[in-house]
Design a protein around this ligand. Sequence first.
Ligand SMILES: [Zn+2]
Length: 171
Amino acid sequence: MRVVPEARLRPCDRALIAAAREIIRRRFCRDKHHVGAALRTRSGRVFTGVHLDTYVGRVAICAEAVALGAAATAGDSDIEVIVAVRYTGQVVSPCGMCREMVVDFAPEARVIVPVDGKYAVLPALDLLPHKFQKGNPQPSPRGGEGRDERGESGVRGAGRNPRSAIRNRRP
Ligand SMILES: [Zn+2]
């Protein structure tokens, strides 16, 4: 894992962090919006989002999900890189649900994560080993990546956990 200070990230990745900081700087609202996210698609477009906090915490929505929704709404959800920042500007790792969501929409996406005050740009799949799978994906020459019987895409490393295979089986 390559870990670098912010100044040594690629300019496009530094710009993505800046976009996330800018959106939460502009939209920060106590108890409503504390985190901003920015993603860049392979087409080069950048989409941003802010998290939606709620009185009932479990229905809150993460900034990454809002940014992904904006990209999907525009018909451009092939994410290349995504990052989230607190309103303080600090880069934060995506939560487990966002890892699931990013991988579902863009298995090849990378995520900028903080590592001891520096940054790594990691494949989203590396943050989600043994990902939840619907059905039982058929193995493929790429090591488990493929489509299951319903045509749903599988991801690398999936289907190796027999417990999840049982849990996911549907009548
Ligand atoms: Zn999240």
